[in-house]
Design a protein around this ligand. Structure first.
Ligand SMILES: Nc1ncnc2c1ncn2[C@@H]1O[C@H](COP(=O)(O)OP(=O)(O)OP(=O)(O)O)[C@@H](O)[C@H]1O
Ligand SMILES: [Mg+2]
Length: 279
């Protein structure tokens, strides 16, 4: 599903400054998009607008060429909120994961296969977990249940608001692989993160917000080679930082690598005297 924001403005009631100012960008169907920006820059607000939890005061948000209201957006867009495990409410995992199906009037006969599929997608055995109380699970299991409760609707656009915050390395790898798999299935993924490596390694496109404005938007290579990133108080991915430092010390590196793999290729090319690819 294609998403187009045009001159979108949003202010929270009674807020002194707008949370989003004149935001315009496009996302193509099936893209993996990272949204980065310092704390308070408007990332979660942008997600809430797309999900339809709040309404912009001006500007247009079109999904597949239609305004949000005409799109059955809640069925097509799934959002995993920041710290989603805090929003668990049901007495059993089955009830928790099937809640969205109930809200959308899906016939009850379809709950079991859909819930089991969603639980398997997040690596939880339905036989073991369906009857458990979500509040009695470990932190990592709670987050998986919360993600399953979004996947159960098979959304075509999946928004993940800082999905890897507060999880260990294995948990982070699991969520990353899940998002990559959904994206490979054709789902548009919008991934909000403070981890620049995640943005560089995962995304086709990076949106950079700064104080409610869209600072820049482009491929990871374009964005992390834009001087305004550092001026806006954001870090560079380690690989991009390394390449920058090497160039500053006159290393004959021609490319602008921002991922580990690309940086390694550029350093190898330098050391072996070959040409480095501009990646
Ligand atoms: N419910 C609210 N009422 C009033 N102002 C809000 C509300 N939620 C967010 N804001 C303000 O809107 C701005 C953008 O907030 P938002 O939550 O979108 O930032 P963010 O980029 O997601 O930050 P973080 O990285 O800390 O999650 C901030 O100035 C914030 O204080
Ligand atoms: Mg946020």
């Amino acid at each position: 599903m294609q998403i187009v924001f045009t001159d979108v403005n949003y202010s929270y009631p009674k807020a002194a400054a707008p949370a989003l100012k004149d935001i315009s960008f496009g996302i193509d169907s099936g893209e993996f998009v990272a949204v980065i920006g310092t704390s308070g820059s408007g990332k979660s607000t942008l997600c809430r607008l797309l999900l339809g939890l709040c309404e912009q005061q001006s500007g247009d948000i079109l999904v597949n060429g239609k305004p949000k209201a005409e799109n059955r957006l809640f069925a097509n867009v799934g959002m995993v909120f920041q710290y989603p495990e805090q929003q668990l409410f049901a007495e059993t995992v089955f009830e928790e994961v099937s809640f969205a199906l109930k809200c959308h009037g899906i016939p009850e006969a379809k709950y079991k296969p859909a819930v089991h599929k969603a639980l398997r997608e997040v690596g939880l055995d339905p036989e073991r977990f369906c009857d458990r109380n979500p509040f009695m699970l470990s932190g990592g299991e709670k987050r998986r249940v919360a993600i399953a409760s979004v996947l159960v609707m098979e959304p075509q656009i999946l928004i993940l608001d800082e999905p890897s915050a507060g999880v260990d390395l294995r948990g982070r790898a699991f969520i990353t692989e899940l998002a990559k798999r959904k994206n490979a299935e054709g789902v548009t993924v919008i991934w909000v993160t403070h981890q620049m490596e995640e943005a560089a390694e995962l995304a086709d496109k990076v949106l950079v917000l700064s104080s409610g404005e869209l600072l820049c938007c482009g491929t990871p290579c374009e964005v992390f080679n834009d001087e305004r990133i550092v001026e806006a108080g954001l870090d560079l991915p380690e690989a991009a930082h390394l390449i920058k430092v090497l160039k500053k010390h006159n290393a004959p590196i021609k490319g602008n690598a921002v991922t580990k793999e690309a940086a390694l290729a550029e350093i190898k090319a330098w050391k072996t005297g070959g040409a480095s690819a501009n990646v």
